[in-house]
Design a protein around this ligand. Structure first.
Ligand code: FES
Length: 131
C-alpha cells in the first residue's frame, strides 16, 4: 500500500499531478564541479556558481522571487555547452551563459516571454543528429 500524499497542493491521499506549479518559471543552473583537467570539463569551472547567484539576486531585486525560482542543478548532460541553464515550463536550454547574459535572460525571457535566441543550445536530439 502506497503512502498518502500530504503535500500542500490538495487534499491528502490524492495524487496531485494536475495541480499548478508553485512558480511561473523555474530556472536550473548547472553548478556541477569536476576536478581540474577532467576531459568533460564542468560548468562550475566556467563560473556557473556566480551565475546562479546573479539570477537569485536579480530576481529578488526585481521582486520576482515568488514567481520565478533559480535553483542550482547537477550536471545537465550538456557539458560542452556550459554554462548550461534550462528554463521551465518552456524547456528552453541556454548554453555558454556568462554573467552579463543574466539580465537579458531575465528581462527578455522571464519578464517578456521571449527566449534569448542567441544563447539557445541545440536540443540533445539535434546534437545527436548533427554529430
Ligand atoms: S557540467 Fe554542466 S552540463 Fe555537465
Amino acid at each position: 500500500m502506497g503512502k498518502e500524499c500530504v503535500c500542500a497542493f490538495g487534499p491528502p491521499g490524492l495524487l496531485h499531478f494536475d495541480m499548478p506549479p508553485p512558480y511561473e518559471r523555474h530556472i536550473f543552473v548547472c553548478t556541477n564541479r569536476r576536478p581540474d583537467g577532467h576531459p568533460k570539463g564542468c560548468c562550475a569551472l566556467k563560473g556557473s556558481e556566480e551565475i546562479h547567484g546573479l539570477f537569485k539576486a536579480e530576481l529578488a531585486r526585481r521582486g520576482l522571487k515568488g514567481q520565478v525560482r533559480a535553483n542550482s542543478a547537477g550536471c545537465l548532460d550538456a557539458c560542452e555547452y556550459g554554462v548550461s541553464v534550462v528554463v521551465y515550463p518552456e524547456g528552453v536550454w541556454y548554453g555558454g551563459v556568462r554573467p552579463e547574459d543574466v539580465p537579458e535572460i531575465i528581462e527578455q525571457h522571464l519578464v517578456g516571454g521571449r527566449p534569448v535566441e542567441r544563447l539557445r543550445m541545440p536540443f540533445k536530439g539535434e546534437r545527436a543528429r548533427s554529430g
